[in-house]
Design a protein around this ligand. Structure first.
Ligand code: MG
Length: 224
């Protein structure tokens, strides 16, 4: 999937999706996990992206795929070792995203000390809404973030409650990975995550950003 950066109007294919785990204390608590003392970073492949109006496809290998609504920042100006004080200058815009997670596969991986790539990386596991230019977002740490499933509110939080704010995450990630225009940063989910079923309609909103709506479909089991 290609994206159009909201300020520069450059069309790019995102090189990487940087995702942050446990960035809200009450979500860490509901997962019975400790609050990390530094950002917990994992990656999704860009093939997981699906746009507003599309469908999340439940893989046959999982019986427990969860929604995680997240604020997403898109990098407009690349760099490495970016200071936190200027980190937001590298963010071109914001969107609403969903970090779909095969919770059963993730739990098995955690138990074995294995990576999360499979649980997080299936095709369609990274829905992404439309962008608003960063200059039109007054304060990315003062936004309400909600998710409705079939019209019922399931997640409701504020980006104010992020443990590590966007600027810190950009600076931190840039000390590990060279950031490039079009890279996406999924900044973690507030509490209230839960399973989705075939036929569900997911509607994710963040103050001032275009809403993200996707439906849920199920893939046919593989033929033996
Ligand atoms: Mg997440």
């Amino acid at each position: 999937m290609e994206i159009t950066l909201p300020t520069t109007q450059h069309v790019v294919r995102p090189g990487k999706l940087l995702c942050i785990g446990r960035n809200y204390a009450r979500h860490a608590a509901e997962m019975k996990s400790d609050v990390p003392d530094q950002p917990m970073v994992f990656l999704k492949p860009s093939t997981a992206l699906v746009a507003h109006g599309g469908a999340v496809v439940l893989p046959a290998a999982s019986n427990d795929v969860h929604h995680e609504v997240e604020l997403v920042a898109v990098i407009g100006k690349g760099g490495r070792r970016i200071p936190e004080a200027s980190a937001l200058d590298h963010v071109d815009g914001y969107a609403v995203g969903l970090d779909m997670t095969a919770r059963d596969i993730q739990a098995a991986a955690k138990g074995k000390g294995h990576p999360w790539s499979v649980a997080k990386g299936y095709d369609t596991f990274a829905p992404l809404g439309g962008f608003v230019a960063a200059r039109d977002v007054d304060d990315p740490q003062m936004l309400d973030i909600d998710l409705m499933v079939n019209g019922k509110l399931r997640q409701s939080g504020s980006t104010e409650d992020m443990i590590f704010p966007v600027a810190h995450l950009v600076a931190y990630c840039s000390r590990i990975f060279t950031l490039e225009p079009g890279d996406l940063l999924y900044t973690g989910t507030p509490e209230g995550v839960g399973p989705v079923q075939r036929g569900d309609v997911l509607e994710a909103t963040v103050t001032g950003l275009p809403p993200l709506r996707v439906t849920v479909e199920a893939e046919d089991p593989p033929t033996p």
